[in-house]
Design a protein around this ligand. Sequence first.
Ligand SMILES: [Zn+2]
Length: 142
Amino acid sequence: MGKNIKNFSDSVIVKYSEIHGSGIFTTEDIPAKAPILIIEGDVISTDEAVRRECEEGNVYIFWNGDVCIDTVRSEKIKYINHSCSPNCRVLGRSKKSLKLVSIGKIQDGEELTIDYAYDEIYEHCNCSKCSSKRSVQEKQIL
Ligand SMILES: [Zn+2]
């Protein structure tokens, strides 16, 4: 009873990632389905998001229903990397914020990842999941 809802944001650190550039990592064990971080930033329209992506090369924008959240000035969440087998996912929280939640248990020291869900990523990805998905698609075409 009275299970503590703990926020793990203080245990999240930014450091060099073997996936890409900088990544975010946990410095303690995180249980399954636990809220980790609140995702906040400038709330902008989808048109403005597309403009910032194209003109400014801003890759730190999260979609939130019919608006977007630009996290470029955030300290941590903007560094989260993509994985096709992620250990976190993004859930809605409010119009102005999203939350990062663990999927399964995450161990102290692990990098936190989400699935960016861009087709271009899957097309060029060499992980076993994407490679096998591509080979199934090729067989279907033949
Ligand atoms: Zn992949």
